[in-house]
Design a protein around this ligand. Structure first.
Ligand SMILES: Cc1ncc(COP(=O)(O)O)c(C=O)c1O
Length: 475
């Protein structure tokens, strides 16, 4: 017989606001799906830039003291409206922005599935299928990048986390006592090298890793945004002579400002000569591995000890979804192994919590899995090649109107300078953003202000390109 609790008040039922009955959930879910589709239609026809009155919004926000519950459907309407009017739209086909994508539909479906099951992907005992799927996707991507069959890696929150992992691997390999003693283990200050055009996550990473920001040696470029290997060799020699300990060379394969690819084979060569870890930061450009036609621009990637490729950039998944690829998966356990009796599994080269910086983790890999499985490498190649072609069209259009393209990139990003009569890059960017007709950015490339235009959307049309050209050149 069931034992009843006696002497205590009955426990209240579940909070219906948090866990509504299933028919109610379905009704709200259908409503939300419909409203989101309508909002995206309005976004497509409207401004690419925020139109929200932020003072009014802050006042509205202050009214949420969470004392009195409000009905969810109204809150959902409010949330959709906030995003519809209060952010730059990556889903707008004239977002020529930073590397953030218009997310692919399969990736959005993955988010929905994962949000519903909410698996804990820290441990293989908790989520065996999810852990195996992520490992499979990582292996396939690593092999496509030219790394050997025994390569490993994991999904990360983004490129910054993946880059941080590279530095930790390099430091751990450089000195057997780094794991226990940190930077104190080294007989001199550990340092690493990346070009002065590298992503600025590297500077933060040096700080985070406890070796100090000055450990990030930002090497001169050759005047076209590419790391100058003579300057790199000289910097290594000078550091060795002064008692510093070089541990890592970072080559960018697609710089953030200008899509420039560092001389990967030369960087690999120098790293090998000095016994340094060689990392390729291909956060955006790495997706070129999908294209048989264009992937040769990444020659030298296959020699990397590790690489960063963000799925949430040119593989067009939702954010944040980066990847860290390692030639030797064992390097990861050397950094992240840990004993925790409360964890349900302890498999050294398998369990994500023992091989990556995160502990609790979201099942990110399904996004890229569904994208690759439904579109194939071929579909992703078409996505990339289309963007590169569109960048070439923009280039032609601007050059015909007297603009100069100042970067030389095989990827889909242009850094451009207007003819003097049109004004300076800053005023042009401000004017375009104010018009809401497109989103472009101001950047500095090789000591000059430029307008940066990157094709990222995937559904940008010929008409969008004409509107962009018009918005850039109309005074
Ligand atoms: C070359 C490069 N590396 C790293 C990053 C950082 O990636 P995330 O913003 O995903 O952390 C970026 C971002 O644009 C990048 O362009």
């Amino acid at each position: 017989m069931k034992q009843a609790f006696t002497g205590a008040a009955a426990i209240r039922g579940p909070s219906e606001a948090l866990f509504p009955p299933w028919p109610e959930r379905q009704r709200i879910d259908d409503y939300l799906t419909r409203e989101l589709a309508r909002a995206q239609e309005r976004v497509a026809a409207g401004s690419a830039t925020p139109t929200l009155d932020m003072d009014a919004f802050r006042r509205e926000l202050a009214g949420f003291d969470f004392a009195v519950p409000r009905p969810l459907p109204a809150l959902l309407d409010w949330s959709v409206g906030m995003l519809e009017h209060g952010v730059v739209h990556l889903t707008h086909s004239r977002y020529f922005g930073l590397f953030n994508p218009n997310p692919s539909f399969p990736a959005q479906c993955a988010d929905r599935i994962v949000g519903s099951f909410n698996p804990q992907v820290a441990s293989s005992a908790t989520s065996p299928a999810a852990v195996a799927l992520e490992a499979h996707v990582i292996r396939m991507v690593a092999q496509r990048a030219g790394l050997p069959a025994q390569s490993g890696g994991h999904f990360t929150s983004g490129g910054s986390e993946a880059n941080y992992t590279a530095l930790l691997c390099a430091l751990t390999r450089a000195h057997p006592q780094f794991a226990t003693d940190g930077a104190r283990a080294f007989p001199g200050p550990p340092v690493f090298y990346a070009s002065k055009e590298c992503h600025r996550s590297w500077v933060k990473i040096a700080h985070q890793a406890g070796i100090g920001r000055s450990a990030a040696r930002l090497v001169a470029t050759d005047g076209s945004g590419r790391m100058a290997t003579t300057a790199l060799a000289a910097a290594i020699a000078a550091d060795l002579a002064s008692g510093c300990i070089p541990v890592l060379i970072v080559a960018s394969a697609g710089t953030t400002n200008a899509g420039v690819i560092d001389p990967l084979p030369d960087c690999a060569e120098l790293a090998q000569r000095h016994g340094l870890w060689y990392h390729v930061d291909a956060a955006w450009g790495g997706a070129m591995i999908a294209s048989e036609k264009l992937r040769s621009v990444l020659t030298g990637l296959e020699r990397a000890d590790s690489a960063t490729i963000d799925a949430h950039k040119w593989f067009a998944t939702t954010m944040g979804c980066g990847m860290f690829l390692a030639r030797d998966a064992g390097a990861l356990s050397a950094v992240f192994q840990v004993a925790a009796s409360y964890m349900p599994s302890h498999e050294m080269s398998v369990d994500p919590y023992m091989n990556s910086a995160q502990w609790s983790r979201r099942f990110l890999g399904l996004r890229l899995f569904l994208s690759l499985a439904s579109a194939g490498w071929e579909g992703h190649a078409a996505h990339i090649e289309r963007a590169v072609e569109q960048a070439a069209r923009i280039r032609q259009g601007l050059e015909a109107r007297g603009w100069s393209v100042v970067n030389d990139s095989p990827l889909a990003v242009l850094t451009v300078v207007p003819p003097p009569a049109l004004g300076c890059p800053r005023t042009i960017v401000e004017r375009v953003l104010k018009s809401g007709r497109a989103w472009v950015s101001l950047a500095r490339f090789e000591e000059r202000d430029v307008v940066r235009i990157c094709v990222t959307h995937g559904e940008t049309s010929e008409e969008d390109l004409s509107i962009l050209l018009e918005a850039l050149t109309r005074v």
